[in-house]
Design a protein around this ligand. Structure first.
Ligand code: GDP
Length: 294
């Protein structure tokens, strides 16, 4: 994951090898390399610049301490800043309520349905009793896909193939959950290839009708800067509670992971790296920062 970014950062720090102490010149050179590495990883220029300005400021402030090597000092500063950029601490995931309602939104192909299955499986492992809801009224195949996933993990899937009203389906699903003692309702909504008004209105209407405890925006991390723009559009409309970054197992450069929190000020809550249903991971900014630094 993020191999290129990791290599580029490593080589930025390598240039400090043999330097006895940190000084304005070697800080400036390292910071420049770090900025280039971030921009090449698809981090927006402004974010990369602010990031490296902070790194520079911290390194300059510490240059007299000199207890550790310049390379180690820089790695530590960058690790702390990466952690902060991705949200600092682990975000909470609220599934209180009877039932708790989790609304899943995102573009088609982002990995929403797969994630819904993974989340249901994860919650089962936490001794919860989830109900999956297929609220895509446009693609019958989406209902079938969710049913197949539900069977694999032994979680019931609620659907109304004949109903052309996603809000009604979501409301009925919650009633169903109550009668069947399901305590978390996961609503997989329709996705489109691009953001469009009708889709946004529909998912916003579902939100108003069912008052979710969590609204998760699912985004394909492979889409780089587009991921961040899509996140902004969905957040403007839905004010979602968290982000799910999918396809981290692919050849993704890292820009989405690094920029989303900054851009929409919402935490990444889960990451998904694979199609198998048991690969859902809670997102920890500090661990991700460590992985990025190799
Ligand atoms: P949806 O249209 O948003 O519901 O997206 P799907 O869940 O159908 O996923 C679209 C495609 O991406 C499918 O072929 C999935 O198997 C695949 N996919 C979903 N999540 C991941 C992931 O984390 N890693 C990889 N490699 N593929 C994924």
């Amino acid at each position: 994951m993020f191999n290129n970014l990791t290599e580029r950062l490593e080589s930025a720090f390598k240039n400090l090898k043999g330097e006895a102490r940190i000084n304005d010149l070697n800080i400036a050179n390292t910071v420049k390399d770090i900025r280039r590495a971030l921009i090449d990883a698809d981090v927006n220029y402004k974010i990369a610049k602010e990031f490296t300005d902070r790194v520079k400021e911290k390194a300059t402030g510490e240059k007299v301490i000199n207890a550790i090597s310049p390379g180690q000092l820089m790695v530590k500063i960058v690790q702390d800043e990466l952690t902060d950029l991705m949200g600092g601490t682990e975000a909470t995931f609220d599934i209180t309520g009877n039932p708790a309602v989790v609304l899943i939104a995102g573009l088609q192909g982002s990995g929403k349905t797969t994630f819904s299955g993974k989340l249901a499986n994860y919650l089962k492992g936490q001794k919860k009793s989830p109900l999956l809801v297929a609220a895509d009224i446009y693609r019958p195949a989406a209902i079938d896909q969710l049913k197949v996933l539900g069977e694999q993990i032994n979680v019931e899937v609620y659907s109304e193939p004949e109903t052309k009203d996603a809000v009604a389906i979501a409301q009925n699903a919650i009633k169903e959950a109550k009668t069947k003692n399901k305590n978390v309702v996961i609503i997989d909504t329709a996705g489109r290839l691009a953001i469009d008004e009708a889709m946004m209105t529909e998912v916003a209407d579902i939100k108003t009708a069912v008052n979710p405890t969590e609204i998760l925006f699912v985004v394909d991390s492979m889409t780089g800067q587009d991921a961040v723009n899509t996140a902004k559009a969905f957040n403007d409309r839905l004010n979602f509670s968290g982000v799910v970054l999918t396809k981290l197992d692919g050849d993704t450069r890292g820009g989405a992971a690094l920029s989303i929190k900054y851009t929409v000020n919402k935490p990444i809550k889960f990451v998904s790296s694979g199609e198998k249903l048991d690969t859902l991971d809670v997102f920890y900014p500090d661990r991700m920062a460590q992985r990025i630094l190799g």
